[in-house]
Design a protein. Structure first.
Length: 286
């Protein structure tokens, strides 16, 4: 597949994933919605691995890679689904755009990477100001929405930590094998979370829209998106890949307002612009 096609799919899927999370959680509990998504991804991933004879190693290093990958999937996804009950999809995407900055901070501690340059520190300060504007209305509206924002921020932290820890594992594995191995590790964790936090099905409440959203996320969010990301990562430089963190929040905010009637307040727009400019400054400081 041409790398341009993979890049297009990656941007499209990442832009629509937050809205899919919100829709899938409308009539199902967050823990059940994410569990069903993972089951779809695991089944299809196993089918693809079996048909194509892709080797999935289970060595110590491979299992470590799957474990580190599952940290981002479990922590990032579970908390995002819990937040989706009160936080609009556009804001979820916008806060995930802060991942490169958080990853940079974690990499300094865990990978001994150089400290931020003055320009990156300015970008970090501006991003925090933008985050204040974005979260202002949410916190003002209710404590529940404020808690939802905290969930999203924690989800971004787990996602960023996972990405940094993966860099510590030196092993070459097919992207499909990495995706499948991570799903094998993480799916039982989602089952336990559903069993402990909910444990109910309430099938009579399920809507077709929620089920279609789960199917879309299971196929595209958990499989196609991951494969496209790994393909792009192998063929383009890091700065070009990082550009998606500037593109996807803009699309996600627009889609949320258009398809889900999510409000776009003045404070949200100001905060979004500040965050996107900060990310651009952080990624393309040279």
């Amino acid at each position: 597949m041409p790398v341009k096609v993979s890049y297009f799919f990656m941007v499209l899927i990442w832009s629509t994933t937050p809205l899919g999370i919100v829709w899938s959680s409308e009539t199902l509990s967050p823990t059940l919605a994410v569990l069903m998504r993972m089951l779809v991804g695991l089944f299809l991933g196993g089918l693809i691995v079996a048909i194509t004879n892709i080797r999935v190693p289970w060595s110590k290093n491979a299992c470590l890679l799957y474990f580190y990958s599952s940290i981002g999937i479990f922590g990032g996804m579970l908390l995002s689904y819990m937040a989706a009950k009160t936080v609009p999809s556009g804001i979820i995407s916008l806060m995930f755009g802060l991942a490169p900055i958080l990853s940079g901070l974690l990499a300094q501690q865990l990978l001994n990477e150089p400290k931020f340059s003055p320009i990156k520190l300015v970008a970090l300060a501006c991003a925090l100001i933008g985050l204040y504007f974005v979260s202002y209305n949410q916190v003002q509206n209710s404590q529940t929405q404020g808690l939802g924002l905290l969930y999203v921020f924690m989800a971004v932290c787990f996602f960023s930590l996972s990405g940094v820890m993966i860099k510590r594992v030196q092993i070459a594995i097919h992207p499909m094998a990495t995706t499948f191995g991570a799903l094998v590790f993480v799916t039982p964790l989602f089952f336990i979370a559903w069993w402990l936090l909910d444990g109910q099905l309430h099938i009579q409440n399920w809507s077709a829209k929620s089920l279609w959203a789960i199917g879309y996320l299971g196929v595209f969010g958990s499989l196609v998106g991951a494969l496209a990301y790994f393909h792009v990562l192998q063929n383009l430089n890091a700065s070009t890949v990082s550009l998606t963190t500037l593109i996807t929040p803009s699309f996600a905010l627009g889609l949320g307002a258009w398809l889900n009637n999510e409000p776009l307040s003045q404070e949200l727009i100001i905060g979004a612009v500040i965050i996107l400019i900060s990310l651009g400054l952080f990624i393309f400081q040279d």
